[in-house]
Write a protein that binds this ligand. Structure first.
Ligand code: NAD
Length: 328
């Protein structure tokens, strides 16, 4: 029976994988450890491993994996920026992923961040629990009629754009490959400069690539409207956190909603409530009353979890039969 080692396993994932495994009967080994240079040795005896977004698949780790006999890396994520693909290819690995498990989940979470920030739900929740029914500081704005700029109109960005059209927003977009479907819906593609100048809300849905690392830097922030709302549910490093903190301090950025953070790898998905926060930049972000951060939970819906488990095991089964599907 084929053995699969799962890295960075969370309790809530096991049930979904065990259910999906009923038709394959693989031997699933759930490890809590993140994959890195120290833990890669745990792959001894496994030819297939399954990794998540914060596992490290750099050159050194890939070399260890290959020498231990691992041949298939099954990512249970859509993003693959954490894999040194060139080196993986050179060694001969097959790398597969789950390209679209639920684009609705992330698109809807982006909208949740917008609504939460705009109407300050997180503040009113706390106030009402303390019998404080005052409204000062809670005023929002009508979304209807506002301009929303979408960067990256792929699976997630296009669904997000459609939802925002439903709020009667004007939607403009930037993508290196504009979508005809989005254009048909009335979404206008503009260059980044115009998107920054015109948008009341900017939402990031592009992948992390060498071109998008720190796409939102000091110069981009400078070009944005006063009091802009910035939402990032894509990948943390698309945003230069220092530049955004400066933007918040100068009030250029009026609202910041993050589901991802560039240094999230050692924090997100863990309960660190007993620990001392070591990341001073993240700690600074938490001090702003107009910043709403969630810990990479955009993908986390029941539907998405079912799809992730089923597609991952189906990718592994295809590899076993000498076929490759959903390869990166
Ligand atoms: P996708 O590949 O379907 O769409 C990405 C779009 O970005 C494409 O249309 C592409 O042309 C465009 N793009 C690429 N480079 C660009 C650039 N330099 N500038 C502007 N646009 C560019 O991907 P998707 O499924 O829509 O996912 C988008 C991102 O969301 C993923 O890469 C991933 O990082 C992130 N994501 C986050 C979560 C979460 O839980 N928060 C979950 C899944 C995915």
């Amino acid at each position: 029976m084929k053995k699969i080692a799962f890295f960075s396993t969370q309790k809530y994932e096991k049930d979904f994988f065990e259910k999906a495994n009923q038709q394959y009967l693989y031997e699933l080994h759930f490890l809590e450890a993140h994959l890195n240079e120290n833990t890669a040795v745990l792959c001894r005896d496994f030819s297939v491993i399954c990794c998540f977004a914060n596992d490290q698949l750099n050159k050194k780790v890939l070399d260890i994996l290959w020498s231990q006999g691992v041949r298939l890396i099954a990512l249970r994520s859509a993003g693959f920026n954490h894999v040194d693909l060139a080196h993986a290819k050179k060694l001969g690995f097959t790398v597969v992923r789950v390209p679209t498990y639920s684009p609705h989940a992330i698109a809807e979470h982006s909208v949740a961040l917008i609504l939460g920030l705009n109407r300050k739900i997180y503040r009113s929740y706390n106030r009402v629990r303390e019998n404080d029914f005052s409204l000062h500081g809670l005023m929002g704005f009508d979304l209807s009629g506002r301009t929303v700029g979408v960067i990256g109109t792929g699976n997630i960005g296009s669904i997000f754009a459609k939802i925002m059209l439903g709020f009667n927003c004007k939607v403009i977009a930037f993508d290196i490959k504009p979508s005809v479907e989005c254009q048909k819906l009335g979404i206008q593609y503009v260059d980044l400069e115009e998107l920054y100048h015109s948008s009341d809300i900017i939402s990031l849905h592009c992948p992390l690539t060498p071109q998008t690392v720190h796409l939102i830097n000091a110069s981009a922030v400078q070009q944005m409207k006063e009091n802009v709302m910035l939402i990032n549910t894509s990948r943390g490093a698309v945003v230069d956190t220092g530049a955004v903190i400066d933007g918040l301090k100068s009030k250029k950025i009026g609202y910041l909603g993050l589901d991802v953070y560039e240094e999230e790898a050692d924090m997100f998905f863990e309960d660190l409530s007993d620990k001392i926060m070591q990341d001073d930049v993240f700690a600074r972000l938490l001090t702003f009353p107009n910043v709403l951060i969630t810990g990479h939970q955009g993908f986390f819906t029941k539907e998405a979890m079912v799809n992730i488990a089923e597609t991952t095991l189906s990718n592994i089964a295809a590899f076993e039969k000498g076929k490759v599907q959903n390869n990166v």
